[in-house]
Design a protein around this ligand. Structure first.
Ligand code: GLN
Length: 261
């Protein structure tokens, strides 16, 4: 990957062929467009099975969701060929967004529905074990990044129950839905500029604040300057967020067809 101009965020998409359920590519499309709308750009390199990662070459890592069998395919490879490099890159200020199955593997590991143990890279202080039921539905949380709280809405579908280590900082507090385990009231985890979360569906189109925070972090890694991003017209994104948040709260939805303008 080229050093590129400083207005280019260098993204490493981890296992795009295996870890891609629930529109993970949509999250990357959002990152690209939000940069382009500001005259900046995104360079995407993928790193699949057997491909090593070199710390320092990427500003942002993305690891999407997967079914247990996809996770079983990538878990050992992730630890062996990429784990140490990703942990060191995040320690040096790179950003990471890991969703659902990716969140579990960015943590200490996941014991799947069939009892098989899948190792994680231990970047996030979170340990996951599959439970007897799936936790499925719309989810709404109050998430805090850089000390700033925001409502974040998404969809979750996981068997895993995630327990955070005692010093870990959750990504958010559950307002409606299950979050990490359906009991603790926590959702996800944040460590330095790395976020692990169960929210997908995908996450970023209806939560532009999360997208911009991750982009700001990545640009700070790229340029050494942590500067606010130019605001965008997010009316469509806010409307999508409101629909999603309403569904999670259990509001009755107005049918889109037949509604008066
Ligand atoms: N297979 C994992 C679980 O069921 C992750 C699911 C996902 O990524 N949606 O918990």
């Amino acid at each position: 990957m080229s050093p590129g101009p400083p207005g280019t965020v260098r993204l490493c998409h981890l296992y795009p062929d295996e870890m891609n359920i629930y529109a993970d590519r949509g999250n990357i499309a959002v990152l690209r467009r939000r940069l382009e709308w500001r005259g900046l750009s995104l360079e995407v390199r993928s790193a699949g099975l057997g491909e090593p990662v070199t710390p320092g070459l990427h500003d942002l890592y993305y690891l999407g969701g997967g079914q247990d069998r996809d996770q079983a395919l990538v878990a050992a490879d992730l630890v062996r060929t990429k784990g140490a490099a990703i942990v060191s890159a995040v320690a040096d200020g790179a950003a990471l967004l890991a969703v659902c199955g990716g969140y579990q593997l960015a943590g200490r590991g996941y014991m799947g529905v069939d009892g098989s143990a899948m190792p994680g890279i231990g970047l996030l202080d979170a340990e996951t074990v599959a439970g007897p039921t799936r936790l499925i539905g719309d989810v709404l949380i109050t998430a805090t990044l850089d000390g700033e709280p925001h409502e974040v809405a998404g969809f979750e579908n996981h068997a895993g129950r995630t327990r955070l280590g005692p010093g870990a900082t959750p990504f958010g507090r559950v307002i409606a839905g299950f979050g990490n385990d359906g009991a603790s009231g926590t959702e996800g985890v944040v460590h330095l500029r790395a976020i692990g979360t169960y929210l997908h569906g995908p996450l970023l189109p209806r939560n532009p604040w999360v997208a911009d925070t991750v982009l700001r972090w990545a640009l700070a890694h790229r340029t050494g300057d942590d500067v606010p991003l130019e605001p965008l017209d997010d009316s469509l994104e806010r409307a999508a967020h409101a629909v999603s948040a309403g569904r999670a709260r259990g509001d009755r939805e107005e049918p889109l067809i037949g509604r008066r303008a």
